[in-house]
Every structure is written in C-alpha cells, then in structure tokens.
Design a protein around this ligand. Structure first.
Ligand code: 6PG
Length: 633
C-alpha cells in the first residue's frame, strides 16, 4: 500500500499551493478536496453559510474512496481541510500509511490571504466558522504558513523520508534496470527523472509503483527535492545521454550538492568531456567519477560490467555500491575494477565498444560467407555457430547471434526481413578517431565502423550496383577454414583494442591494469567471452597478448584458414573488410621489410619531409634532391 499525504488546515491556509508544489517535486498525484464538493455545498459556502457535518458526509466519503484507490496504486497528496478529528478518522480508515501535515497560521494572516483570492467560492466571512470547527490535530506535523512554499515542502519531505543512501538521475532503459538492481540489494534509493509535458510525466513514481522491490524508493521531478532526500554528502549516479544532457544535469546539480558529494556518470561519455567535468566538479568541491557501464538492459538489471575512473578517494566512497551491483567474474570477484585517474573509465568503455563493433562485424562476415558463399540457411549457420560456441570460441555475441539466426516467423527467417542498414550511436566512431589520434593502428574497429557507414549509404549502393554488375563465383572454402579465420581475427581485434588502451595509458599517465580490465570484461559486458577469460590470465604475464605462447600457437595454427577464407571470399566477390584487415594486420605486423620506405621517399620528394636511414634509424633526418635522378619524361 502506498503513502497518502493529507495537507490539512482551514480554508485559505495554502493547502492547494503546497499540495501542487509537493506533487511537482515528487511526481505524486495531487487531489484537491475542493473539487469533490457537490454544487449544493459550493452554493451554500458562496452564500456565506457554513457547512454542517451532514453536508460534509458524502464529500468526505468521496475523498476517502479516492485515497483508498490511490493507496492501491501510486499513493497521493490530498489537500483537504479535515477540520475535525472524526473527519480525519474517516479519511484514514483502511489506509496503512497516512501522514498529516497541518498548515497553521493566525486568523489575521489567513483572512488577509483569502481577501486576495476573490474568485474562490469560500468567502472570507466564513473563516471564523472554520477556526471554530477546527480541532487541532495531535498526530500531524504542524507547519507554520509564514514559511515559503519551498520551505514548507522541504519540511514535509524531510519528515516523511528517511534519507536515501544512493540517488539515480535518468530513468531510461539503463537507469531503470540499474535502479532495480540496486533496490534488489536493499539499497534505499531516490530516483529522479525530468518532467517534460506530454512526454516524460511522473516517470519515477510510475516506475516505483510498477516494481515491488522499489517499495522504499522515492521518486522526484524536482532536483533540489531529490538532492535533499539523500544522505549528505551524497552519491548520485547519472544515466542520461552523453553530451549536452550530461552537462545540463551537472550544471543543475553542482550548486545543490554538499562538499565531498560524488557524482558517477554511467553514460557513454567521451573521455575528454569526462576530464573537463572532473575539473569543473573539483572547483565546486564535488567528485566526478566517469564509469563506463556495459551490458545493455539485461546486464544492468542482473549485473553489468563497470569501468570506473577518477580520483581514488572519490572512488573508494562509491566502490561498495558499484561492486554490489556488478556482474561477478569466474572467481566470484565483481566485474568492476578501478581503471585509473581522469577519463580512463570512459576511455576503456569506448574501446570496449570499438572491440564490440569489430566483434559484431566479424560474426556478420562469417555468416555472410556461410550464407552466400556456401549456400547455408540461417538454421544451418546457427548449428555451426552453436558448435563453435560450445568451445573456446564461445562469446556473448556469438550466443545472441545463434538465437537471432534461429528466429523464424510464418516460415520466414526474421533476419531476412531486416533492412541491412547498420546504425551507430557514436562510440565506435570516437574509438576509431581516438585510436588515430594516438597513432595506434586499430583497423578492425575502423573497418567495422566504415562497413556500417557504407551499408547506410543505400542510395549510393543501389546506384553503384546498377552501374557495376556484381561479379561472383562459387566459393571454395571449408567451414574449418572459416572457423580458423574467425578465431584469428578475434585475436587481432582484441590485440588492437588493448594496444590502443596501452597507448592512451602512456599518453595520459593512466596506470591501467590490463589483466584487471580483462577481468572486468569477463562478465556482464557485451564482449564477454572465453577468450576474455584467458586474456585475464595472459595479460598478467605480458601486456602484449600476441607475445604469449598460447596466442602465438593460435596465430600460427589459424593463419592458413584466415588466408584461405579471405582469398576465397574476395575472389568469390564477397566483401569482408574486417577479416581482410585481420589478415593484412598480421601480415604487415610480421613483415620485416615493409614498403613504407617508399612512402618516406615520396614524402621527401614532394614535400622535403626528410627520412632516416635504415642503418641509422635514430640519426639525423636526410633530404635528397630526387629530381636529379629523373630519367623519364
Ligand atoms: C554496452 C553497449 C552499449 C550500447 C552500444 C551500442 O556495452 O552495453 O556497447 O553501450 O548498446 O553503445 O552502440 P551502437 O548503437 O553505436 O551500435
């Protein structure tokens, strides 16, 4: 049963104002007893005749019915004079959780107020009769109406709410699932969602009502009231869109928080924005933690993977909360490990998404070869993937793909009904740009990102397909070769991702523990896999996974399959950018004598950019007058 808050007092004491404001702050529905009077009562009051007990009987019964109905659903704030003790008894009958708030003020002050609301049916002349009828309640919180409406509401909120130990702002899919996860661990929560007329109304209250585990949670649509409901200094998780929405919430919060409060940004923020926000928060004596959170709706509910970065002291305050809701690794430890200072948490989450993009693209390419090249149907491909998924290739992404491939409706594969135009929200693009800024070759995520972009250029593709007829020939490649290509390409994808992180750690002085990061990614997140479990151990011994014995033998064992698959796919007319990139990368990486000396010579030729000698790579830069060797026209 939900709480019913009665705002009581004589006419003119401000019940409607306070009730409405309280409703705005909490999102709880508001009912005004004035609206329940039958016309004969209103006519009587207008005529200056005080109501009797008999006049009030049906009116009180109607309000009581509303209170009962509301207690069974959302709870309510009800403004009602409830002047006599027996009225209040009637109004609270059958309700388990009723609170009374008595707005008290002198006759003079209230009369003065009533004279300033000429359109109300209650004439000031009836005020004395109200005072005469009033029986001062013994069990109500008395509030002096001299206080401002905001002060009165704060006093009401403070009296009904035990302070919450954790706050969440933003009740989208992720915010809601995380809230339920926290609540299931017994955390007392305050939940805030903005009010947008016609679009986002009373989201927090409705959400609380819909989930029994949120019985002790409080909902808000007013930021100051939300902050006041929290223990001070507060811990608040914000789950809003990255970018301006995060800045808006931050700007609203900073002036309200007490020194030492910690804000955790759990969205997919760009790490440089996180660095800026950490500084701004610090100037206001507030701590900002940038935490990457992965796992989608299900992960958030049952245990996500969490990548928190920021100042250690601030992190230690929120660590118990984050560890409590995180997924657990195979050793039972939380998949939540501090990544380092500054924006490192959001940085590693961004690279997680880059690896995710390439991981998805690889599965799509392998599916494409099996479907178009080997003419297998989705059901057969699901069976092949299921076999792979039962061993060392197992991963979350592969397992969801098996489900997708098996989906059939009305004898049609569901997959075949989907427009093949891949969308993206930006993290893959930021990961690619950042890898480029750091000079770290992350071709796998880049190829996956550009494959999405190309797929989205539908008009261009249709035009091109009409002009340049596709050339295709049957594919001669075995399923075993394809399996090998997938296994090796996944290794390259992870290697490239960890290399970008190493480059960033060096650039930004972050002490990122790669093994701990891999442990964080063994459960709860989108890129969890059997390989990640191995990497957790491998990265304890070396920070370059390709140098590990086990990985070296996998690279060697699977290279023939990758070569055969890429060659067959390309000659057969199937674009496989990520698989090709994996092969190109391993070939270029292991080439002792790449042709980049020619690039250096060309740069020097047209721009005098100079070059260095193979025999003296650290020596002075050299410029050559290449034209003097020219012998052709
Ligand atoms: C996760 C996901 C999550 C989100 C992706 C989707 O780790 O839980 O990565 O962050 O689903 O950002 O990204 P795109 O829409 O760009 O594919």
């Amino acid at each position: 049963m939900k709480q019913i808050l009665y705002i009581i007092g004589v006419s003119g004491s401000g019940k409607t104002t306070i009730g409405r404001l309280l409703s705005q702050k909490t999102g709880l529905p508001f009912f005004d007893a004035d609206d329940f009077h039958p016309t004969q009562n209103i006519d009587k009051m207008k005529a200056g005749i005080p109501l009797t007990d008999n006049d009030r009987k049906d009116w009180l019964a109607a309000i009581h019915q509303t209170a009962l109905a509301q207690a069974a659903t959302n709870g309510a704030i009800i403004a009602c004079s409830a002047l006599k003790e027996n009225y209040r008894r009637q109004l609270s009958q059958g309700l388990q959780d009723v609170k009374w708030f008595f707005l008290n003020g002198s006759y003079e002050v209230i009369r003065n107020r009533m004279e300033q609301r000429p359109d109300h049916y209650m004439p000031p002349a009836l005020l004395q009769s109200q005072f005469d009828t009033l029986e001062i309640p013994a069990n109500a919180l008395e509030l002096n109406i001299a206080g401002s409406p905001d002060e009165i509401c704060t006093a009401i909120l403070n009296s009904i709410y035990q302070p919450s130990s954790f706050g969440i702002i933003g009740l989208g899919v992720m915010g809601k699932s995380l809230a339920r996860n926290f609540a299931s661990k017994g955390i007392r929560l305050s939940l805030f969602n903005r009010f947008v007329k016609g679009k986002e109304e009373h989201i927090a209250q409705q959400f609380i009502t819909a989930h029994p585990e949120l019985a002790t949670a409080k909902g808000f649509e007013d930021l100051p009231a939300f902050v006041q409901s929290l223990t001070q200094p507060s811990c608040i998780l914000i789950m809003v869109n990255a970018g301006t929405a995060t800045d808006e919430v931050m700007n609203g919060l900073l002036p309200l928080l007490s020194t030492g409060s910690v804000i955790i940004d759990g969205g997919n923020a760009y790490f440089k924005d996180t660095e800026r926000r950490i500084q701004l928060a610090k100037q206001n004596n507030i701590n900002w933690i940038g935490a990457g959170i992965s796992g989608g709706e299900e992960g958030a509910l049952n245990g996500p993977s969490i990548m928190p970065g920021g100042e250690t002291e601030a992190y230690s305050r929120v660590q118990p909360f984050l560890e409590m809701i995180a997924a657990k690794d195979e050793n039972g430890r939380p998949c939540c490990n501090y990544t380092g200072s500054g924006g490192s948490g959001h940085f590693v989450k961004m690279i997680h998404n880059g690896i995710e993009y390439a991981g998805m693209q690889l599965i799509a390419e392998v599916y494409y070869i099996l479907r178009k090249g080997l003419q297998k149907d989705p059901g057969e491909i699901a069976a092949i993937f299921a076999e792979w998924n039962s061993g060392t290739l197992s991963s979350y992404l592969l397992s969801i793909t098996i489900d997708i491939l098996q989906a059939k409706e009305n004898d049609q594969w569901l997959l075949d009904t989907i427009d093949a135009k891949a969308e993206s929200k930006g993290t893959g693009s930021l990961a690619t740009q950042t890898a480029a800024e750091l000079g770290s070759p992350a071709g796998m995520m880049t190829s996956a990102l550009f494959a999405r972009f190309l797929s989205a250029q539908t008009g261009l593709r249709q035009q091109a397909a009409a002009i340049h007829p596709a050339y295709s020939s049957p594919l001669s490649v075995s399923v075993e070769d394809i399996r090998q290509s997938y296994e090796l390409a996944r290794i390259i994808n992870h290697h490239q991702g960890f290399e970008v992180i190493k480059a960033a750690a060096q650039e930004y002085n972050w002490e990122i523990n790669l093994s701990a990061l891999a442990a964080t990614w063994t459960n709860g997140c989108i890129i969890r896999s059997a390989l990640m479990n191995r990497l957790m151990e491998i990265l304890q011994e070396t920070d370059t996974m390709l140098f590990n014995e086990e990985i070296i033998s996998l690279v060697n064992a699977n290279q023939p399959g990758l070569r055969n698959t890429v060659a067959a796919a390309l000659t057969g007319g199937l674009a496989v950018p990520a698989l090709s990139e994996a092969l190109n990368y391993i070939l270029a990486l292991t080439e002792a004598d790449p042709p980049m000396n020619l690039i250096q010579a060309q740069r020097d030729y047209f721009g005098a950019h100079t070059y260095r000698l193979k025999s003296d790579p650290e020596g002075s830069p050299i410029h050559t007058d290449w034209k003097k060797f020219r012998s052709h026209n």
